[in-house]
Design a protein around this ligand. Structure first.
Ligand SMILES: [Mg+2]
Length: 211
């Protein structure tokens, strides 16, 4: 495969997932909310990864169903579809998300970005998560491309730290106040919005006039 690969985070990078997360958590008891991190850690110890489908199932809850009930709030940040279409001229765009394939594809459909996406890599498919170098080595193997021809973009350090150490281009979108309190590791380029990403990747800003 000769095209360059762009590994792109989903939640928080292409859309603001916080209102949906807060709406779902608003339907839960405090006891359920308090044990979520503990369940996630246990599931990860057992499986090597976790997705919200597995974590919520332990509470007797159906995460994909809860997400579907709040589907109306799943919408991209302004300009995201247009930038993705332009980037897709130069890059093969692979969603790289620590989530389940079931609900990640649902989100991609709701966001209306499917036509720009070549492939979706999720935690349950990769059997690990993005803070693990194995995740990225498997991703490069699937893509059939060397690290120098790949880039990773995401809104958390978790998304870009390992890619930078493996020699991939790494762009951290610092779009939350928490990011201001973290130190940027070497080899990572920072910006404030996904709209700033194309020139940082050497791509034109936009090749289309429609939104
Ligand atoms: Mg994210």
């Amino acid at each position: 495969m000769s095209r360059k690969i762009l590994f792109l985070d989903l939640d928080g990078t292409l859309w603001d997932e916080r209102p949906v997360r807060e709406a779902i958590e608003g339907t839960m008891t405090n006891e359920q909310l308090n044990v979520l991190p503990e369940i996630a850690a246990r599931v990860r110890r057992n499986l090597g990864y976790y997705t919200w489908t597995e974590v919520y199932r332990e509470l007797g809850l159906d995460y994909p169903l809860l997400l579907a009930q709040h589907a109306g709030a799943i919408e991209p940040y302004p300009g995201v579809r247009k930038v993705l279409r332009a980037l897709a001229d130069d890059w093969s765009i692979w969603i790289a998300t620590d989530g389940g394939l079931d609900y990640s594809r649902f989100k991609i459909d709701r966001l209306g970005i499917g036509p720009s996406i070549s492939r979706v890599l999720t935690s349950d498919f990769m059997r690990t998560m993005k803070d693990d170098p194995t995740w990225w080595r498997r991703a490069l193997d699937h893509a059939g491309c060397p690290a120098r021809d790949a880039a990773a973009v995401g809104d958390s350090l978790w998304d870009v730290t390992v890619p930078a150490t493996l020699g991939m281009r790494a762009i951290w979108i610092q779009n939350t106040p928490q990011a201001d309190h973290l130190t940027t590791p070497p080899g990572i380029v920072c910006c404030r919005s996904f709209l700033e990403v194309p020139p940082l990747l050497g791509s034109k800003q936009s090749g289309h006039s429609s939104p």
